[in-house]
Design a protein around this ligand. Structure first.
Ligand code: C5P
Length: 402
């Protein structure tokens, strides 16, 4: 998967920089075109000569070459890269990347890079677990960067703990897996619904629910990152996709969501129904604000909303894959399986409101995926971005069976 890929390898000033030589060697062996950028401190740990010999390219460290005045364009490098890898990434460089402190060639290139970025931290165990490091790492994750977690073991300080840079072989493996996944949904059109629906009562009030849209947006982003053409039909939420290629269609009510889904569905290979659609809508919508003192009401008459997933399920063509979600408080598996059958789904993602950290408004989720043949896979509690990866892995497997 790395054949012909342009990799910018950023090396920072940590003792693990000695492993960068093997990393360059392995990347080049796998067919990648490697451009090394070193921070000034990295040169204290490993020489540019070693790295330029192994990569076959002069190492870049400064903004320009002093004797010729030749400028090294971080913008061009950022555009050239298919991936940028920072290994080892010290606490200091991670902090600079997280906060946009562009005082060297490596961080300026990082800020200009359009390609996916992989960060392999390496530092002493106490630095690694310091709240400032943890916060900066989670900031990088929130920008969509991939963290290659450091391993546990003996450190340069002779202390034992978490902070050893991941072995070069595993960094190469992580890149390889990424590029394999990046292509896994290429050519597929995917429809994702997300967020709540708002069902109008009057011009200032609605019936809605607590859905934040985070799960659906994470799925849309992940699918786009894997090469799919994504249309995201979203109820009212305050987030935006991180992948610029995701086409967002904003709707408010279940009826509007259904209309947009019916428009998009015939052309889609896959539809993933993440939205928390309101089950009912007011029978009548008042065009004026209902006033307690004058027009006040004691109750609101409701009418059942259309079931979008079931409607799409009834129109499903051969080869289309339809995925539903179930948020249950009791009798979870049976309820999920009943929905799977009734809505003609190919898989249903179950999240239980009984699990702390799962469901609405959280950044994490714990899911089980149930299939029509009654098989099931249970997953650990993890960030919604990683849950999205699991769901799309499962969808990709279904595509292969088709
Ligand atoms: O029946 P229930 O609401 O639990 O089903 C959940 C699944 O069905 C989710 O995938 C949700 O997006 C979808 N659904 C829908 N339209 C509705 C209700 C639910 O698409 N009116």
């Amino acid at each position: 998967m790395l054949k012909g890929k342009h990799i910018v390898l950023g090396i920072t000033g940590g003792i693990a920089a000695y492993k960068s030589a093997s990393l360059v060697r392995l990347l080049v062996k796998a067919g990648a075109d490697v451009q090394v950028i070193m921070t000034p401190n990295a040169k204290e740990f490993i020489t540019p000569l070693t790295l330029s010999t192994l990569s076959g390219k002069p190492v870049i460290s400064e903004f320009f070459t002093a004797n010729t005045g030749e400028w090294h364009s971080h913008v061009d490098l950022g555009l050239w890269a298919d991936a940028m890898v920072v290994a080892p990434a010290t606490a200091s460089t991670i902090a600079k990347m997280a906060n946009g402190v562009a005082d060297n060639m490596l961080v300026t290139t990082y800020l200009s890079a359009k390609a996916p970025v992989f960060v392999a931290p390496a530092m002493d165990l106490d630095m690694m677990r310091h709240p400032s490091t943890l916060r900066n790492i989670s900031l990088l994750q929130s920008y969509g960067n991939h963290i290659i977690e450091p391993a546990e073991g003996e450190l340069a300080s002779h202390l034992v703990g978490k902070g050893r840079m991941e072995e070069p072989e595993n960094i190469v493996k992580a890149l390889d897996t990424f590029f394999e996944k990046e292509l896994s949904l290429k050519g597929k059109k995917i429809l994702v619904t997300a967020g709540p629906t708002y069902e109008k009562i009057d011009p200032v009030r609605f019936i809605g629910n607590y859905s934040s849209g985070k799960m659906g947006y994470a799925i849309a982003d992940c699918a786009a990152a894997r090469g799919a053409e994504v249309v995201l039909i979203s109820g009212p939420v305050s987030i935006i996709p991180t992948q610029p290629s995701v086409r967002v269609v904003k709707v408010e009510s279940a009826k509007e969501m259904l209309a947009e889904c019916e428009r998009a569905y015939p052309d889609c290979n896959i539809a993933i129904m993440t939205a928390a659609v309101a089950d009912y809508a007011p029978t009548e919508v008042s065009d004026k604000k209902i006033k307690r003192e004058t027009t006040g009401i004691d109750s609101i008459a409701l009418i059942k909303n259309p079931d979008i997933a079931a409607t799409l399920g009834s129109k499903k063509k051969d080869g289309q894959i339809l995925v539903g979600f179930a948020l249950e408080t009791d009798n979870e598996i049976n309820n999920a399986l009943e929905k799977l059958g009734r809505k003609n789904l190919d898989m249903i993602v179950l999240n239980s409101l009984r699990v702390a950290g799962a469901g609405f408004r959280t950044d994490t989720n714990k899911i089980s995926i149930c299939y029509p043949d009654n098989t099931r896979t249970d997953y650990d509690l993890k960030p919604k971005t990683e849950v999205a990866e699991d769901i799309l892995d499962a969808v990709t497997e279904l595509c292969k069976k088709d």
